[in-house]
Design a protein around this ligand. Structure first.
Ligand code: PEP
Length: 251
């Protein structure tokens, strides 16, 4: 199973900025990416084509959307379908990033609809889950992981290929705060995610990648990806710069 080193650019970068960063990143990892790694960039819709033009043909490099709408087409002003994302070169999409859950009010059910619809329409899906600080303090980490996983994977096709489903554990209190989760917290949460996956998909759970996200940087990435059940990282702030994200991808 290859480790997935994923960037999430959120609502940053014009087309030209995105292209320049992607080129800088790709040049820095060219010929150096270990055989057991893949890289992925999730970019704003408007920058997907320019980032895709840089990633196209590069080994183990994937283009990802940050969101999708679970319908083929229709009267959904402002939304984007999986077919449109594939048309622009995406092979992946995120679903349920904490900023979408907490700022846009996406429910567990909505996130599950996105994961299922994306998979059914040929995208690989990265389901983001994670607890808030209040939920952690209330001892609800496992309850939240359980709920978000259960709802997030509820209606996916029974014959899904395990490499097309990725879970990103991102404690909300560690996203964009500089406060990375401790090693014990990461190992405990990822172990629990693996256990829940085994309950839901006994045959495939070991091949589903579990990424950690939350203030990953060049300085802490090597330790994090060496932990049990950590199959890659999802990186926000530190992925916006080609040099810093290349150090993470090669860590
Ligand atoms: C993210 O956006 O998914 C994320 C983990 O952000 P950051 O790395 O900035 O904490």
């Amino acid at each position: 199973m290859k480790k997935l080193m994923a960037a999430n650019w959120k609502m940053y970068k014009t087309r030209a900025e995105a292209k320049a960063t992607a080129e800088d990143f790709i040049n820095r990892i060219d010929g150096k990416l270990p055989a057991d790694r893949e890289v992925l960039i999730a970019a704003p819709y408007t920058a997907l084509e320019s980032v895709g033009s840089v990633l196209e043909g590069k080994p183990d490099s994937y283009l990802c959307a940050e969101n999708l709408y679970p319908a083929e087409e229709g009267a959904f002003t402002g939304e984007i379908s999986p077919a449109m994302l594939k048309d622009v070169g995406c092979s992946y999409s995120l679903a349920g990033h904490s900023e979408r859950r907490h700022i846009m009010g996406e429910t567990d059910q909505m996130v599950g609809d996105k994961v299922a619809f994306g998979l059914k329409n040929g995208l690989s899906m990265i389901l983001c889950i994670g607890e808030t600080i209040e939920q952690r303090k209330a001892g609800e980490v496992q309850k939240i992981i359980d709920q978000q996983l259960e709802a997030g994977l509820k209606n996916i096709p029974a014959d899904f290929a395990p490499e097309t489903v990725v879970v990103a554990y991102e404690p909300v209190w560690a996203i964009g705060t500089g406060e990375v989760a401790g090693e014990e917290e990461i190992v405990e949460a990822h172990g629990f995610v693996r256990k829940m996956l085994k309950n839901i998909f006994p045959e495939k759970a070991n091949e589903i990648r579990i990424l950690y996200g939350g203030s990953v940087k060049p300085a802490n990435c090597a330790q994090i990806i060496a932990l049990d059940n950590v199959d890659g990282v999802l990186v926000g702030g530190a992925s916006l710069d080609g040099e810093s994200f290349s150090q993470i991808a090669l860590a």
